[in-house]
Structures are given as C-alpha cells and as structure tokens.
Design a protein around this ligand. Structure first.
Ligand code: UDP
Length: 237
C-alpha cells in the first residue's frame, strides 16, 4: 500500500484520552488510540505525537480562578507529561516502540527534548511522544504540534478531534453545516473556523506545513488519512 505521508505529527488533545469519561485518562481509549497508531506504523509511517493536557488541567482555567497564569500554564504542561507517560506505557504494553521526550527538564521521569535524538528515534521506527508542549507558558499544545511538526520535518500535522473535519458551522448545533474536503489557511483564518489556535495556524501557514483535521473517534480514520483516502479536511497553503 502506498502512503500519502511518510512522516507525520499527530496532535492528540487531552480530551481524546478521556473517551466517555468526564476527566482523566480512559485506559480503553488509550488502547484504541495505540491500536490506530500501530496500524500506521505497520505501513512504515514515522510518527511523532504531541499530546495535550486538557483532560487534567488547562492554564486558562487556573488563570480564571485567580492563579498566576504562567504558574497555571506550567501545571498544564505537567498535565501533558502525565498523559505522555500514560500513552508511552500503553504503547509499551501493546508492543509499539515509543519514546517520551519533554520540553521541560524532569530528568528522572522523562528524557529532555533533543531534536536530533527525536529524528533518530523516528528513523529507527519508534513513535516519539512530545510532552510539555513548547515548554513555555502562554502557548498551547496545538502550537507545540506546529513547532515539533516543522522541526521533525513532518509532511503534515494530523489534528485529531471529536469531529471528522472542518465544518462551515458547528455540526453539533447546526444540521445544515457542511464539511470542507479542503480549505486554505487564509480562508480558515478569515472565516474564524476552529481548526487550531491562531498562533499554531500562523506557524503552519508560514512554514507551509499542511494540517489534516480528522476524528480520532472514528475507527480506521487515521489509517485512511495516511493512505490519502477521502477523510477529514485538509488545510492547505
Ligand atoms: N501549555 C503551555 N505551553 C505549551 C503547551 C501547553 O503553557 O506550550 C499549558 C496550557 O496551560 C494548556 C495546558 O498546558 O492549557 C494543556 O495544553 P492544551 O490546552 O493545549 O491541551 P489540549 O487542549 O490539547 O488537551
């Protein structure tokens, strides 16, 4: 089978790990995600993963509750490290070779992010899970996905969401909403379509790194995206 992409950066939100739960990490959901990743690894695709932390803690919520925002953001980054450890462990149990690298130095727990090492792991067929976002407060893991995606020279950022693409309106609220097969960055930005946050979108656009939005809850969708089949929405230059 010919693949459309040889190296990808998969962005998983923390919420994806909750599955049907209201909080935290669902082991069932983790196993499902790992199985989907194993399928594309079997096709020879090199996989980097940026994981979010919204299922545990978001800096903006801490800020709204009166905390110092930067401190709250560091807590959010630590939440992504927890998710990364859980995902790495689920990969190990499923026999998928994986390494976790963190943008914040927490040396006894995870390896520190070193770009050259990540690329070597990818070439060796290991999945690299990037934790702690960009390592800086006031950013998001979407921006980390754009950044790491560019750094590892991924051909595309695959943004896994609950919905199977980008719609003209919120498909949960508006029945007449239609899905775009393709949309340009400029159009997505001018129509304020919720693809990724503005910083992440601008970085991808400037670096000419396309984004594919698809549903992680749809079985087999990740594989179909990688095979270049009609799935999700491509955000292009
Ligand atoms: N965060 C941050 N800098 C980064 C990435 C993340 O400060 O580079 C913090 C921020 O507080 C954010 C939290 O980590 O709310 C969790 O990340 P995010 O909200 O992007 O997770 P997701 O929505 O994908 O689950």
């Amino acid at each position: 089978m010919t693949v459309a992409y040889r190296r990808i950066l998969l962005k998983l939100s923390g919420e994806a790990l909750m599955g049907d739960d209201d909080y935290g990490i669902s082991r069932d959901m983790l196993a499902r995600i790992v199985a989907e990743i194993a399928e594309i690894r079997a096709l020879g695709v090199e996989v980097g993963v940026v994981i979010g932390g919204g299922n545990i803690f978001r800096g903006v919520a801490g800020g709204a509750a009166g905390m110092d925002r930067a401190t709250a953001d560091y807590m959010g980054m630590l939440a992504t490290v927890m998710n990364a450890l859980a995902l790495g462990d689920a990969m190990r149990q499923a026999g998928v070779a994986a390494r976790v690298q963190s943008a914040l130095s927490i040396e006894p727990v995870v390896e520190f992010y070193i770009r050259g090492k990540s690329i070597r792991y990818l070439e060796e067929g290991k999945v690299v899970i990037f934790a702690a976002g960009t390592g800086n407060p006031f950013f998001t893991t979407d921006t980390a996905a754009a950044l790491r995606g560019r750094e590892i020279e991924a051909e595309v950022v695959l943004k896994a969401t609950k919905v199977d693409g980008v719609y003209s309106a919120d498909p949960m609220k508006d029945k007449s909403a239609t899905r775009y097969d393709r949309i340009s960055f400029d159009e997505a930005i001018s129509r304020d379509l919720k693809v990724m946050d503005a910083t992440a979108l601008a970085l991808c656009r400037d670096q000419q790194l396309p984004i594919k939005v698809f549903s992680i809850f749809k079985p087999g969708a990740l594989k179909r995206v990688v095979l270049g089949e009609d799935e999700g929405t491509l955000v292009h230059i």
